[in-house]
Design a protein around this ligand. Structure first.
Ligand code: PGA
Length: 240
């Protein structure tokens, strides 16, 4: 793993944007795997600024997001589709038809998940996957468990994740109890992975991942099996 420890959130965001921008520059029709949550917001802002300044072109880029709550309407301000439109897609010159988020209203979730994995393969696979990490080590909504699931699937959210995400809702009761998430296989098949980690709350999960051990109780540790992972964290996350 390549590790960059940045002074603070803003430096982390700028560094991560540089890494993603370099992939787009070298391959203008690349496929990006994208993440939601508060961590990548600053990086998306930097990418939008590069785009506005004429330094980065998203016209040929395709995106696949990691996950979406279930059930949820795409138009719901809490949906990840809404988040992506607001924080990135509406602010860059991407063709919205080239942006993909799992359908939180899919009548047949198994069919939705299987079609998503097929579509990623058909697009040529993910060139760079952006990840955040949960306090409990989850990536996407692949939660700590005795077994992890390879394919994209429906996942019940753990109490700890519902609690962590309740800050975006008026109460924990309103957080959807399920999500559709890319499984470990499409994540690990990405040619390159960048994981952004900010804040003291992530210290334990980060430290465990960097220790090099692998456990399904901290799904991010599986990234130790991938040959091209860049970790961009801030000092709070690194030092605890
Ligand atoms: P956060 O979420 O960026 O809002 O901390 C990350 C995650 O849960 O994967």
């Amino acid at each position: 793993m390549k590790l960059y420890v940045c002074k603070n959130y803003d430096e982390m965001s700028a560094k991560a944007a540089d890494v993603v921008a370099s992939v787009i520059t070298l391959k203008p029709d690349c496929v990006l795997g994208l993440a939601t949550g508060s961590t990548p917001v600053g990086m998306y802002k930097c990418l939008a600024e590069m785009n506005k300044a004429g330094k980065l072109d998203f016209a040929g880029v395709k995106t696949y997001n990691l996950d979406e709550y279930y059930p949820i309407k795409a138009s719901d301000p809490q949906s990840y589709r809404y988040f992506m439109n607001k924080n990135l897609f509406n602010n860059i010159n991407i063709d919205i038809e080239n942006t993909h988020v799992l359908n939180g209203e899919a009548p047949d979730t198994d069919a939705e998940c299987a079609a998503y994995d097929k579509a990623i393969e058909a697009a040529g696979g993910i060139d760079i996957q952006v990840l955040g990490i949960g306090n409990n080590g989850h990536i996407g909504f692949n939660e700590p468990a005795d077994e992890l699931v390879a394919a994209t699937h429906v996942q019940g959210l753990t109490e700890s994740t519902i609690e962590a995400n309740s800050r975006f809702f008026s109460s924990a009761d309103e957080v959807p109890k399920h999500a559709l998430t890319m499984g470990m296989a499409p994540i690990m098949k990405a040619k390159r992975i960048i994981i952004l980690i900010s804040g003291k709350g992530k210290h334990a999960a980060l430290k465990e991942m960097l220790s090099g051990g692998i456990t399904t109780k901290n799904p991010a540790t599986i990234l130790n099996l991938h040959s091209d992972v860049t970790v961009v964290c801030d000092e709070d996350a690194y030092n605890g």
